[in-house]
Design a protein around this ligand. Structure first.
Ligand code: GBH
Length: 462
């Protein structure tokens, strides 16, 4: 058997690369777009590295045709992008036809080149007008989100098969309203937990709206970020620390989506913070538990946890409910973001999810790494570290499949170097290099050529 046969992916496996609207588009005031919470947050002093903003970002709003030509050049079969809610509803409520037309053109350009569009409805850019009315801690936002989902389905649904409702409710809720390192920059654990519930309610209501307008061939799901918890010692106290971290990071949203409600242990761990569960009304948990066609799995790195001597001590990672647990520094090899490279944790994550979620189809919707890429004298980007990262993580996915997990897709984060949220333009995740200092020129990196070969053969090279 040759190596390519040995490391072959299942027939029909879906390959792609992803981006999100706020991170690449720019054009933030064009064609009637309204401000999002991220425009507001990025304008505030002290929130983003070096006061970078996303007013221009990769200028994808104007360069989408050239970007899609690059996707075709790489040979990407699928492109995952997000629709900017405030571009298609400036105030979060009323449709903006010019915004919808932009995504119409993007979808047509993709299909024109034989690339399958995969739409994410919420990748964190809440219309500022809705934040002004209370944002995700307010229940009404979930209903506004479902109306928005229905609008996009009516506009793009005739051509788009793959749909993600919410990307990483963990980040939107806990980083946005809890720790405050993401927009809208609020630090309130009760609001964060209530935001988490309303994001899930929004997901459930959006699933209903999407299904109501659906046609054969469409698939709908939710994308969750996972971070397996590792500990150095195998004793009761370390197991308890892992349980706490795992509960909040890996089971909180998943259990709700699976119809099990929010995990009892996390509810207990967060009870002292305040009565956040009062946000859960009768019937909500059924709405949240709409059946999905796949679970989107976003994986970057595991976390190392340590139990503290004082069980009441506040965690150094400041997440709600993590009293008595510290997060240890990651261990090498690291990415430039400082995240641990641990492909084995991806295999165990996929096999755990397969067991835990009853054989649910899985789609890896984000995986990738930031490195300090340089354009070399030959005009190319020899990003060997990213190539190795992708290779090892694809092996990990294959190991997960061989252990029985029903993994149907793998989508690299990211297609382009882009605006990396609180870290601005300092972290490059792209398969394609963007020259932020000079003209935003694009250059296909070596890792993209590696990935192109994987896609072409549906297999890993040895
Ligand atoms: C993704 O989220 C995003 O979807 C994407 O937009 C982004 O560009 C990409 O990652 C790269 O950052 O110790 O609790 O603060 C990543 C998910 C979740 C990973 C939070 C880092 C730190 C957890 N992230 N996690 S915590």
């Amino acid at each position: 058997m040759n190596d390519e046969l040995r490391y072959r992916f299942p027939a029909g496996f879906r390959w792609g690369a992803g981006t999100s609207a706020f991170q690449i588009e720019g054009g933030v005031t064009e064609d009637g777009r309204g401000p999002s919470v991220w425009d507001t947050f990025a304008a505030a002093e002290g929130s983003i590295h070096s006061r970078h903003t996303a007013e221009v970002a990769c200028d994808h709003f104007h360069r989408y045709e050239a970007d899609i030509a690059l996707m075709a050049e790489i040979g990407l079969p699928e492109y995952r992008f997000s629709v900017s809610w405030p571009r298609v509803m400036a105030d979060g409520r009323n449709p903006e036809p010019r915004g919808l037309e932009f995504y119409d053109r993007v979808v047509d350009a993709l299909l024109g080149r034989g690339i399958n569009p995969s739409v994410t409805l919420y990748h964190w850019d809440l219309p500022q007008a809705l934040e002004d009315e209370g944002g995700w801690p307010a229940r009404d936002t979930a209903y506004r989100f479902a109306d928005y989902a229905a609008l996009v389905q009516r506009s793009l649904g005739d051509r788009v098969d793959q749909w993600t409702t919410v990307n990483e409710p963990f980040c939107a809720a806990f980083l946005g309203y809890g720790i405050g390192v993401h927009a809208p920059g609020i630090q309130d654990d009760v609001l964060a937990l209530q935001a988490g519930h309303h994001l899930m309610l929004g997901h459930g209501l959006a699933m209903q709206a999407l299904r109501a307008g659906s046609r054969t061939g469409q698939e709908f799901g939710l994308a969750l970020n996972f971070s397996p918890a590792l500990a150095d010692v195998d004793d009761r106290r370390h197991a308890e620390a892992r349980r706490k971290f795992d509960g909040l990071h890996n089971r909180f949203f998943l259990d709700a989506m699976l119809g099990r409600g929010y995990p009892a242990d996390v509810v207990a761990d967060t009870r002292h913070l305040g009565e956040w569960t009062s946000a859960i009304r009768d019937g909500d948990l059924d709405l949240v538990a709409q059946p999905v066609d796949w679970l989107g799995v976003n994986y970057y790195a595991p976390a190392r946890v340590l139990p503290l001597d004082d069980p009441e001590a506040v965690s150094n990672c400041r997440l709600p409910g993590l009293r008595g647990v510290d997060v240890l520094p990651p261990r090498g090899p690291l990415t430039s973001f400082g995240w641990e490279q641990a492909p084995g944790a991806l295999t165990s994550l996929l096999t755990w999810l397969h067991e835990y979620a009853g054989g649910i189809p899985l789609a890896v919707l984000e995986n990738g790494a930031a490195f300090e890429d340089k354009v070399e004298a030959d005009g190319r980007v020899h990003d060997k570290e990213r190539e190795r990262y992708l290779h090892e993580h694809l092996h990990a996915v294959l190991d997960g499949i061989r252990a029985g997990a029903d993994v149907r897709a793998y989508v690299v984060w990211s297609f382009l170097d882009n605006f990396e949220w609180a870290l601005g333009y300092t972290q490059r995740f792209g398969l394609v290099h963007v020259d932020f200092a000079d003209g935003l020129d694009r250059r296909i990196k070596d890792s993209a050529y590696y990935y192109a070969r994987v896609i072409e053969t549906n297999a890993l090279p040895d």
